[in-house]
Design a protein around this ligand. Sequence first.
Ligand SMILES: NC(=O)c1ccc[n+]([C@@H]2O[C@H](COP(=O)([O-])OP(=O)(O)OC[C@H]3O[C@@H](n4cnc5c(N)ncnc54)[C@H](OP(=O)(O)O)[C@@H]3O)[C@@H](O)[C@H]2O)c1
Length: 92
Amino acid sequence: MKTDTKTVLITGANSGIGSAIRDILQQNGYTIFGIGRKNSEILCDLQDTMMLEKKVRELLKTTDINVLINCAGLGIFKPHEEISVNKMKRYL
Ligand SMILES: NC(=O)c1ccc[n+]([C@@H]2O[C@H](COP(=O)([O-])OP(=O)(O)OC[C@H]3O[C@@H](n4cnc5c(N)ncnc54)[C@H](OP(=O)(O)O)[C@@H]3O)[C@@H](O)[C@H]2O)c1
């Protein structure tokens, strides 16, 4: 694995924009490692930064990552005053 030049780490690869990018890259021969809370090669909540660092360090022991694509995120579509402080923290 250390010599693969087409290895991509994608956050949010199991749905939406990340999933669409994943599909296209896979069709073009890229090896994908998705990070997400479910249905991903690397299961991790990105809010748990300690766990994230641990999992990525583990991966890097065996794999060179050539590209990082950050697609994970959440959208809150309502008036600002209706968004709780907790939700805003998660959003950030
Ligand atoms: N779609 C659009 O038209 C559009 C336009 C502008 C901006 N955006 C923004 O782009 C981002 C992605 O949009 P999308 O439509 O692809 O959203 P989506 O379909 O809801 O996908 C969100 C992805 O983020 C991952 N994710 C969210 N929170 C996570 C966490 N705490 N830890 C790990 N993974 C997490 C989810 O994976 P798991 O469920 O496995 O955790 C999921 O794969 C969002 O921030 C959205 O607001 C989207």
